[in-house]
Ligand binder design. Structure first.
Ligand SMILES: [Zn+2]
Length: 487
């Protein structure tokens, strides 16, 4: 082991000193992603992609359980399709990347690299849907999308990113609305139970809704620096796209009608959320349900001798036993690094549990288990280790959620006074509940003056009282949205 290696692992900016630098340090040193040599693009490295695969498989399970099926549509969207829904094209135009040439030939019509797929999917749905018997259509796509962003940030905002986009068609408004809220709840449940991230969920205001939607709903997490992260959105598209793409069905009453649609999505930005919500000065902290490595076993031997070999054999036996039981476990038996160095590295990588196994433990037939979140230590007898470790993983998952929830509660404020609002945003950030009249002019004024944006009008929030007034114009308040600065 060299001192250089030690340096390499420990060189993370303190979270409290510079949150943005800390975030990039963690991503690069835990080898989650790297900058690509293309403007605004990132390479998702194997360890980061391992987290994405875990996210993807557990989300996909939930989509299947709610009767959705997967399909794949082209990345190219002809310009004439994209421009059919006026609000949609206006919203996305500044971010669209265009293909203008194929081989040596200039194209007659420009092709957009999909910023989202409503247009191309809408065109196909208009061919596939004929009668009410074809409904509902419940399709999801796992894909990449391209948005030419001005300011980019690893995982949170990149020119190309990975996501899933659900696109459904229904017979009635009520069915579409039910689907919209059902998928919002799938996201909420996933954020809380899998990502260990408490979220505020509710409806976006008109100025924050998806371009072309009737209504947008979202889940919002709070990062460790008090800024909000939009973690997933679900849109009731109404009949806007159905009218633009002529998606009609013959109903039972022999009338031709436009379908009612929804779309909903989450992306690789969720990984950015996990880092920002859970990480600490030692690096990443992963929830057990998303950790590519849930448990690392570090055998502590002193040189190559008989007792060392016996200890190592036992450590491998434990590894296999845990593997067989479905735990993602890795043994770190590299000779070239000392235990202390290994501990640091696995902490940096956010592995939820570390098992230390030394000669004294061997004699007692036990291991020492250390939890990443708070370094809580416990001794576990080797007999019955599988059940004990599984219980520890469950506890770690819950403890991580509880810690995030505590942080969010400590950083959520209510105010009816605009001056106080400004002070909170400037000094503490966090979520702020404040009464609002519903006028986008007041919303824009708050955004201009404080950089705080309405996140959602929460379903699980605080009801607005009849005597409360808008913090800006003092007219009667209609809603109690949550405001925050955001990523
Ligand atoms: Zn107002």
């Amino acid at each position: 082991m060299s001192d250089n290696n030690m340096q390499e692992v420990r060189n993370i900016t303190k979270k409290s000193e510079d949150f943005s630098r800390w975030y990039v340090d963690v991503i690069k040193q835990a080898k989650l992603a790297d900058y690509a040599p293309i403007r605004g693009c990132q390479v998702i490295m194997p360890y980061g992609f391992g987290i994405w695969e875990k996210l993807q498989s557990q989300l996909d399970e939930r989509f299947k359980a709610t009767n959705h099926v997967n399909a794949y549509f082209p990345i190219f969207v002809p310009e004439s399709f994209l421009t059919r829904e006026a609000e949609h094209v206006e919203g996305f135009a500044p971010e669209v990347a265009w293909v203008t040439q194929g081989g040596n030939d200039v194209l007659e019509e420009r092709l957009a690299l999909r910023p989202t797929s409503e247009a191309i999917i809408g065109e196909m749905y208009s061919k596939w849907i004929q009668t009410y018997r074809d409904l509902p259509v419940l399709i999801n796509q796992w894909a990449n999308v391209i948005r030419w962003e001005k300011v980019t940030r690893l995982f949170l905002r990149t020119t190309e990113f990975l996501w899933q986009e659900g696109h459904t068609c229904h017979r009635t408004y009520e069915e579409a609305q039910e689907e919209t809220l059902k998928m919002l709840d799938v996201y909420r449940e996933f954020a809380e139970n899998v990502m260990a991230i408490p979220v505020i969920y509710g409806q976006k205001t008109d100025s924050e809704k998806f371009a072309g939607a009737l209504a947008t709903y979202g889940i919002e997490a709070l990062a460790g620096d008090g800024k909000a992260i939009q973690a997933g959105t679900s849109h009731n598209l109404g009949q806007n796209f159905a009218k633009a793409f002529n998606i009609m069905f013959l109903d039972e009453d022999q009338q031709r009608k436009y379908v009612w649609q929804t779309s909903w999505g989450v992306s690789t930005r969720l990984i950015g959320g996990i880092i920002m919500v859970h990480g600490d000065d030692n690096g990443l902290i992963l929830p057990p349900k998303l950790a590519p490595v849930q448990v690392v076993i570090v055998p502590i031997t002193f040189g190559k001798n008989d007792s060392g070999e016996k200890l190592l054999a036992k450590a491998r036996e434990i590894t296999n036993e845990l593997k067989k039981a479905g735990v993602s476990v890795q043994i770190d038996d590299r000779d070239e690094y000392r235990p202390g160095w290994k501990f640091n590295e696995w902490e940096l990588k956010g592995v939820p549990l570390r098992i230390e196994f030394g000669p004294k433990d061997y004699d007692k037939q036990q291991v020492v288990c250390v939890r990443r979140l708070d370094r809580e230590k416990s001794s576990i007898p080797i007999s019955g280790i599988v059940d004990a470790i599984k219980a520890k993983l469950d506890e770690a998952q819950k403890a991580l959620y509880d810690k995030a929830l505590k942080y969010r509660e400590e950083h959520t404020r209510i105010t009816c006074d605009y001056e106080e609002f400004k002070k909170i945003i400037e000094e503490e950030r966090g979520f702020i509940y404040a009464p609002w009249c519903g006028d986008s002019v007041c919303e824009a004024k708050i955004k201009d003056e404080t950089k705080a944006i309405t996140r959602v009008i929460p379903f699980n929030g605080i009801p607005v009282e009849s005597n409360q007034n808008c913090i800006v114009c003092k007219n009667k308040a209609k809603h109690m949205p949550v405001f925050a600065r955001s990523y």
